[in-house]
Design a protein around this ligand. Structure first.
Ligand SMILES: NC(=O)c1ccc[n+]([C@@H]2O[C@H](COP(=O)([O-])OP(=O)(O)OC[C@H]3O[C@@H](n4cnc5c(N)ncnc54)[C@H](OP(=O)(O)O)[C@@H]3O)[C@@H](O)[C@H]2O)c1
Length: 319
């Protein structure tokens, strides 16, 4: 459920529409949040590394992490959502790439922190993305927010540093929230697009035995959860953001096969082939995470797509 527009009455006859900054708002999740917030008539600021053209209630600001440059006006908002970071599954994980994956996340939080400190600004909330990769390869174990990672793989190390950087904003805002995001399913890109690729060659491919648990989430629920986080003033701290019904890799592929038109043969891609092709980055698809979403549900969030069949059916239907 989305609460109606946040218009604050200023007492002088002027209503103040709430402003929200989305750092990294040009990506998969950011675009969906922007689309939803725009309908809610918020004023949206977006931080991007490239220049972009403003439209209606949306203003773009450029920032530069290496030079630690940020426009103070971008930060004059009621809420900040930070989604910025180099794509985890975009390139093989060389040592340089690993540094970039961490630094793009840590430096973005630091730049916002230093910008707020310098300008003496105090927004109501800072909401950072993190990832369920935090927990490591946790197999069948149901992971709660307070659980420690089960291994010290790169995804755990990266998310730990990311979350530490986010927590440094706590003294500067009324509320600091971190969403550990699951595997986002969207027609616009990310994991779902990659899962669909073999289908073009008539193959419904899962990995190894396909028994890894994937804590997935539909893009619409993901965007609605960030907005829920803005609007629920009693929420703070860390929340897992995944659908309540975790599915295995094979179950997701079977669900796509069922709802997609066209012929395909179910087949397994050996784990070793993935390791050879992707190197350490194969962790992204071979890791098993069964993550609890009880804490988020207890805040009153209702999922639009709680089951994988509902999600794949929606994503595959013609719009
Ligand atoms: N999608 C998922 O399945 C998933 C799962 C778990 C966690 N997450 C996390 O949630 C966040 C948002 O996800 P998303 O899918 O929307 O990501 P995305 O589509 O890759 O977008 C992230 C944004 O970050 C900015 N960015 C890229 N490289 C950067 C760099 N080197 N330095 C600073 N900014 C950079 C880009 O904006 P500009 O090019 O405009 O600067 C981009 O639009 C990410 O941090 C991601 O790791 C996503």
């Amino acid at each position: 459920m989305i609460i109606k527009p946040r218009t604050l009455f200023l007492g002088n006859g002027i209503n103040h529409m709430e402003k929200i900054l989305i750092a990294g708002g040009t990506g998969l999740i950011g675009k969906k949040i922007t689309e939803m917030l725009d309908k809610e008539r918020y004023i949206i600021h977006i931080l991007s590394r490239s220049p972009r053209t403003d439209r209606d209630n949306i203003r773009y600001f450029q920032w530069n992490l290496d030079e630690q440059h940020i426009d103070e006006e971008a930060l004059q908002v009621d809420h900040i959502i930070n989604l910025a970071g180099a794509g985890i599954a975009d390139k093989r994980w060389s040592d340089d790439r690993k540094k970039q994956l961490i630094s793009s996340r840590v430096l973005s939080a630091q730049l916002i922190q230093h910008g707020l400190e310098k300008a003496g600004l105090r927004p109501k909330s800072y909401i950072s993305a993190s990832a369920i990769g935090f927990y490591g390869d946790s197999g069948d174990q149901k992971m709660l927010e307070e659980d420690a990672p089960v291994d010290d793989g790169f995804l755990s190390k990266c998310t730990m540093q990311w979350e530490q950087a986010a927590k440094k904003l706590k003294p500067l805002v009324e509320r600091c929230l971190i969403f550990r995001v699951g595997i986002v399913l969207s027609r616009q890109g990310g994991a779902f697009q990659k899962m669909l690729m073999p289908f073009k060659a008539g193959l419904a491919s899962y990995f190894g035995k396909g028994d890894m648990h994937y804590s997935w989430i539909h893009i619409e629920d993901m965007a609605r959860i960030f907005i829920h986080g803005i609007q629920r003033e009693n929420m703070h701290g860390i929340y897992n953001a995944v659908a309540p019904n975790v599915a295995t890799n094979k179950e997701i592929i079977q669900s796509i096969k069922q709802h997609r038109t066209g012929f395909s043969i179910l087949n397994s891609v050996p784990r070793l082939a993935l390791r050879l092709a992707m190197g350490e980055m194969a962790d992204v698809v071979l890791t098993s995470n069964k993550v609890s979403v009880e804490k988020l549900l207890s805040t009153g969030y209702t999922f639009k797509f709680p089951q994988i069949d509902l999600a794949t059916q929606h994503l595959l239907q013609d719009h």
